[in-house]
Design a protein around this ligand. Structure first.
Ligand code: UD1
Ligand code: CA
Length: 450
């Protein structure tokens, strides 16, 4: 179910597209469901349907629209025509309960076994807002009462419905069709089918979830942030379990996958996105943002460095305040210093650009020294061009290398040069105005008044 408006988020974005650990809530739910190999996967969309459906493009599932959105029972009514006649088990997941574990969902389906209505429940320290599980004196489930419809006595119940159930298909069809909306919110509550099942004598089971985190719903920015912290704590714990030394697990964010070799140290405030692979004995300074990158062994990344879509060779030193953009491919022992930006460029072994520089669309050889303030002028306003800097070149400070350009092996480019034609190997190339001194020159003096 992913059609609700998510009023309490107070956002224009559909609730199920808000992100947890970098991925939409709905995506988390679908990932858990995927492993169950269901005969059919249906996503009920409604509020922001086209946006939600666009986020699902290419996935093996079917979207069914619910317009208008009259409650969770009404949502399930919409999918009935798309389900086969006869027996079966329907697993109902909430698009805003993202961390449901696959094993939990599978156990629910098995407990249903095409005949018992099986609810996933949990004891919550603070159950407010959730539907409460009402049991009789013998402990049998009698029904679910929504928070807004609950009496003070019922509100004291701490066992809540997680929004996840497995139901026998034929019976579900019958119950959902018979739902009414005479309640506090004027909605068709899916949860009302529990009392119907009880009245019919259909077995109703409540299965307890293992912990609160996997069944917490996201209804507000506060709950989203709380769940993010719970999830990040788990992700940090898993990294430490694998031997990664986090300076502070509470200040670590993973929005994708991170695999590290032995003896990796990560200082506070780092964010990892997409797919990041880190070698052995790597040290990552505070407040780095690293996305879709491959970092070799023995690399030191100093604080406040941004790396995206880049590969960093063994023994390299990066930062502080460096920026590696997509296509940066650094060889072993490369040094990239503060305020240096590298984009779509390869740097050979031992090349150095230590201060305030830009390398874009460049092929840089081994041991090149690229001076402070130098840039490749790779864009002519319409097209990008390549700069080739061969092995052992020394580029002085504040040079402009106008691409397309080749600087031959061992060449030296004098500081302050603007180089627009090939610079031959082994020679000094200077391209700046000749220095001139004027011995007869006198400073102007202030004119006297009167
Ligand atoms: C629901 C349950 C409540 C349970 C809680 C767990 C009902 C009536 N209540 O309450 O017992 O404790 O989840 O998190 O089911 N949706 C639709 N169409 C609609 C309305 C909602 O698709 O017309 C979807 C939402 O997008 C969301 C899910 O159903 O993914 C739950 O809706 P929400 O309004 O958040 O229900 P809760 O009030 O949290
Ligand atoms: Ca909810």
């Amino acid at each position: 179910m992913a059609a609700g408006k998510g009023t309490r988020m107070k956002s224009q974005r559909p609730k199920v597209l808000h992100r947890l650990a970098g991925r939409p809530l709905l995506q988390h739910v679908l990932d858990s469901a995927a492993g169950l190999h269901a005969a059919q996967t249906l996503v009920i969309t409604g509020h922001g349907a086209s946006e939600v459906e666009a986020s699902l493009a290419g996935l093996p599932l079917q979207c069914v629209r619910q317009v208008p959105q009259l409650g969770t029972g009404h949502a399930v009514q919409q999918v009935l025509p798309h389900l086969p006649e006869g027996e079966g088990t329907v697993l109902i997941l909430n698009g805003d309960v993202p961390l449901i574990r696959q094993a939990t969902a599978r156990a629910l389906v098995e407990a249903c076994g095409d005949r018992a209505l099986t609810l996933l429940t949990v004891e919550m320290a603070d159950p407010s807002g959730y539907g409460r599980i009402v049991r009789d004196d013998t402990g049998q489930v009698r029904g679910i009462v929504e928070h807004k419809d609950a009496t003070p006595g019922q509100r004291a119940i701490r066992e809540i419905y997680t929004g996840i159930m497995a139901a026998p298909l034929a019976a579900l069809r019958r119950w959902v069709t018979a739902l009414r909306n005479d309640n506090a919110q004027g909605e068709y509550y899916l949860t009302d089918i529990v009392a119907m099942a009880v009245a019919e004598g259909t077995p109703v089971r409540a299965q307890r979830a293992t912990g609160e985190t996997e069944v917490k719903g996201v209804n507000s920015p506060q709950q989203l942030a709380e769940l993010e912290r719970s999830l990040q704590a788990e992700l940090a714990a898993a990294q430490m379990e694998a031997g990664v030394r986090l300076a502070d697990p509470a200040r670590f964010d993973l929005r994708g996958t991170l695999s590290c070799g032995e003896d990796v140290e990560i200082d506070v405030g780092c964010v990892f996105e997409g797919r990041v692979r880190v070698g052995q004995r790597v040290s990552i300074g505070a407040h780095c943002v690293i996305r879709d990158a491959e970092i070799g062994d023995d690399v030191v990344i100093h604080p406040f460095t941004h790396i995206e879509g880049a590969r960093v060779g063994g023994g390299a030193r990066i930062g502080p305040y460096a920026r590696l953009r997509p296509g940066a491919d650094l060889g072993a022992e490369v040094h990239i210093g503060n305020f240096v930006e590298v984009k779509n460029s390869t740097l050979g072994r031992g090349a150095k650009a230590n201060h305030l520089a830009y390398l874009g669309d460049a092929t840089v050889g081994a041991r090149v020294n690229y001076g402070a303030g130098s840039i490749t002028a790779n864009y002519d306003g319409a097209n990008k061009h390549r700069t080739v800097i061969e092995d052992d070149v020394h580029v002085g400070s504040n040079c402009v290398l106008v691409a397309p350009l080749t600087v031959g092996a061992g060449a030296t480019i004098a500081g302050g040069s603007t180089i627009a034609r090939p610079a031959p190997a082994g020679q000094l190339t200077v391209a700046r105005a000749r220095q001139l001194s004027v011995p007869t020159w006198k400073r102007p003096v202030k004119a006297k008044k009167g």
